[in-house]
Design a protein around this ligand. Structure first.
Ligand SMILES: *[C@@H]1O[C@H](CO)[C@@H](O)[C@H](O)[C@H]1NC(C)=O
Ligand SMILES: *[C@@H]1O[C@H](CO)[C@@H](O)[C@H](O)[C@H]1NC(C)=O
Ligand SMILES: *[C@@H]1O[C@H](CO)[C@@H](O)[C@H](O)[C@H]1NC(C)=O
Length: 152
């Protein structure tokens, strides 16, 4: 039996034992607060752990678990805005593509992603903001797609 001598090692050991206890599918990105996503961007979120037994959040349709965009400005009263995609959590982890919906970007609201399992179980990502898109058409004209169109 090894003795843990430094407090840093003790913290690492604690972190390892906490993550070993995770018993349901959960987001690994975005987590925490302060992430900023650009409206219209094609980006990814990440998650871990299967949604099948013995994990405790299970789905009757585990290859198509709904992921929703919610308004979590008031974290005690997050509410549904849109379904953005589904995940296949018969897998043990995933990086899933999603496109940041432009219509909700107001620069001030806080949003989260929410996975929806059977029996009312849910898992939330960290909270993020979506800045307003620039209204100036000259700025929009510089987007890669318009540049491509000009080359054709
Ligand atoms: C799942 O993990 C949490 C946190 O460690 C624990 O409180 C809970 O009892 C566990 N549930 C089951 C069914 O193992
Ligand atoms: C987003 O990017 C991924 C990976 O490059 C691609 O497979 C997917 O089709 C893209 N989605 C959209 C809506 O452009
Ligand atoms: C999000 O909810 C807040 C109130 O909690 C509201 O002021 C804001 O307009 C909402 N934003 C969106 C994009 O729904």
């Amino acid at each position: 039996m090894l003795f843990i001598k430094s407090s840093a090692l003790a913290v690492l050991a604690l972190a390892a034992s906490v993550s070993a206890q995770m018993n349901h599918t959960y987001f690994t990105n975005p987590v925490g607060e302060g992430q900023v996503y650009t409206a219209g961007d094609n980006t990814t979120f990440s998650w871990q752990l299967k949604c099948v037994s013995p994990n405790i959040y299970i789905s009757s349709n585990p290859s198509k678990v709904s992921v929703e965009l919610v308004n979590s400005t008031n974290s005690n009263n997050a509410y549904f805005l849109a379904e953005i995609t589904t995940i296949d959590c018969t897998q043990n982890q995933g990086n899933t593509n999603w496109v940041i919906p432009a219509k909700y970007g107001d620069g001030t609201s806080l949003f989260s992603l929410k996975m929806v399992f059977d029996r009312g179980n849910t898992a939330y990502s960290g909270r993020f903001t979506i800045p307003l898109l620039p209204a100036n058409p000259a700025v929009l004209a510089l987007s890669p797609l318009s540049s491509l169109a000009l080359l054709q």
